[in-house]
Design a protein around this ligand. Structure first.
Ligand code: CA
Length: 238
């Protein structure tokens, strides 16, 4: 993926079947200097993505001929698009729907109706975060080795499989070992500021991450600090 610095113009793909929303998004993004590509369907999106390397993708939840959710899921399975920043655009406000979007691999979501300003700040934050992730080199901590560019975590040389969110979580913690982060700090750093996800969502993903690390006896590296939050430690006292 091409990297981009925080305030640099980006190629942004909009996948949205409603023309009024597409036009509104285009206007807001072009005002910020971004190049906008828009698609009405997943198939159109695929064609555009084959022609241009996108920096960020805005995906509507409900699309004709395949849900936005399925599209995001398929991107995450594709080594070319695994790290492509994705924001889900959704009219659904229920928490379980939002969680489903994030589970599918979206980095953030925005609920209709939204203000162009809110959208702009979300995009800015996400591009900045993705640039941060891309500059990370390999990090080793205890038995764990993180290869951010390849989107890969190994434990004693073996691939550790995990979800997109868990990967972002472990990447962040490996970049900041031994430091205790509260749930709300983790939400800000990993999910992004301005997300309205409940703090217990963090616990769910910590639990999943521990499960992924357990076969390598690395789960205890993820330390719960009572009343404070979580931290990643290189080794655990046994
Ligand atoms: Ca739609």
């Amino acid at each position: 993926m091409r990297s981009t610095t925080p305030d640099m113009p980006a190629d942004i793909l909009i996948v949205e079947d409603e023309k009024s929303i597409r036009d509104m998004l285009r206007m807001a993004l072009e005002k910020q200097g971004h190049t906008v590509h828009d698609a009405e369907t997943v198939a159109d999106a695929r064609t555009l993505m084959a022609a241009t390397q996108m920096h960020l993708c805005l995906v509507d939840w409900m699309l004709p001929g395949g849900s936005g959710l399925e599209f995001v899921r398929s991107l995450r399975k594709d080594s070319l698009y695994r790290n492509l920043p994705v924001i889900m655009v959704t009219a659904r406000t229920e928490e379980h729907d939002i969680t489903a979007g994030l589970d599918a691999g979206a980095d953030d979501y925005i609920t209709k109706p939204f203000s162009p300003r809110e959208l702009q700040s979300r995009i800015k934050a996400l591009l900045r975060r993705s640039a941060d992730f891309q500059t990370d080199s390999n990090i080793t901590l205890g038995p764990l080795e993180l290869d951010a560019a390849a989107h890969r975590l190994t434990a004693n040389g073996a691939d550790v499989s995990m979800g997109h969110t868990e990967f972002k979580l472990i990447s962040f913690l490996m970049n900041n070992p031994n430091r205790v982060f509260s749930r709300s700090q983790l939400l800000d750093h990993v999910w992004g500021t301005g997300t309205f996800i409940e703090e217990r969502t963090v616990d769910v993903h910590i639990l999943r991450l521990r499960k992924s690390l357990k076969p390598y006896s690395a789960d205890a590296m993820l330390d719960t600090v009572r009343g404070a939050g979580y931290r990643l430690v290189p080794a655990t006292a046994s």
